[in-house]
Design a protein around this ligand. Structure first.
Ligand code: NAP
Length: 272
């Protein structure tokens, strides 16, 4: 039977999810709430009913899942507006960075709804996101299944039990696309310095990053094993690896970057 989903916030992340649900096989009846007229017009154009606020929804409207994709600072207000469904078994799924389950539960203290926190990442826009979910202790099995079904439309889904790991998750997969983009940029610049045109260097760097990621995903070997296999002793790749991996500099740099992101994620969580 078709599941009724209310998506609150249809900006970058919300619209990525909406596109995924519309092209996925799941049977979802989606309704959008967004305060921004342009976002509502875009949803309407895709055949999805859109409203300016939750109060505009029919009083009989009762969603199976409520996906919150507004800015972290707007979550408390939106959750307050969801109180009308507090005695239902709806799944409330928040993708807001830094907003803890405890913060959500403080607005909905005595609810039968299931609270779920998700850290998505931006490749969700092309259906290749990484979504890490954590549910409150009282969340139902049905709500977890619905969350998995919804998020599988936009990428890979993983569940963690310890919400304390969310800052590390944010630092690895939430912020991770920026690390990969930075690596690609640097490879493009290095190719230009080695004598290639910028256009050719970009094409080589992008295709190499995409192909290698896909190969690592599909292979039974670890990335380390694959790396060792392409680096023939005495060959060109080995010469490059000697420089790139010397003194664990790359490890050190990524370790520091991930730690900085984790620390900032923690701070943002306290501020929200
Ligand atoms: N983008 C990412 O890569 C990413 C990654 C991980 C997590 N997230 C999380 O996803 C959430 C959304 O991020 P985003 O990048 O998609 O933001 P966004 O593009 O700014 O979209 C948010 C949308 O929600 C609307 N909105 C704000 N308050 C509202 C309310 N009270 N009722 C209804 N609609 C409201 C906004 O309208 P106005 O323009 O009128 O404010 C805007 O259209 C954030 O909590 C963020 O932490 C995003």
């Amino acid at each position: 039977m078709s599941k009724t989903i209310l998506l609150v916030g249809c900006g970058k992340m919300g619209s990525a999810m909406l596109r995924g649900w519309q092209s996925a096989e799941g049977d979802f009846s989606i309704h959008v709430v967004d305060s921004n007229e342009e976002m509502r017009a875009r949803a309407h154009a895709g055949g999805v009913p859109a409203y300016a606020d939750i109060a505009a929804l029919d009083s009989n409207f009762s969603p199976d899942g409520i996906v919150l994709a507004v800015e972290p600072g707007a979550i408390t207000r939106v959750l307050g507006e969801c109180l009308r469904w507090k005695d239902t078994d709806a799944a409330v799924i928040s993708v807001a960075a830094g907003v803890r389950l405890e913060d959500m539960s403080a607005v909905l203290p005595s609810t039968s709804m299931s609270l779920i926190r998700v850290m998505p990442n931006i490749p969700a826009v092309i259906g290749e996101g990484m979504m890490v979910c954590c549910a409150s202790a009282r969340a139902s099995k049905t709500s977890r299944t619905l969350t998995t079904q919804l998020l599988e439309g936009i990428g890979t889904v993983a569940w963690i039990d310890d919400e304390g790991q969310m800052d590390a998750v944010t630092a690895v997969s939430g912020c991770g696309p920026a690390y990969v983009f930075a690596f690609i940029e640097a490879l493009v610049r290095a190719g230009v310095a080695a004598g290639l045109s910028e256009d050719l260097s970009r094409r080589l760097a992008l295709a190499t990053a995409a192909g290698s990621s896909r190969m690592a995903l599909e292979s039974d070997e670890t990335a380390e094993e694959l790396r060792r296999r392409v680096a023939t002793p005495g060959g060109a790749t080995s010469a490059a690896m000697k420089v790139l991996l010397e003194g664990d500099r790359l490890d050190g740099l990524l370790h520091e970057s991930v730690e900085a992101a984790k620390k900032r994620s923690k701070e943002l969580g306290k501020d929200s």
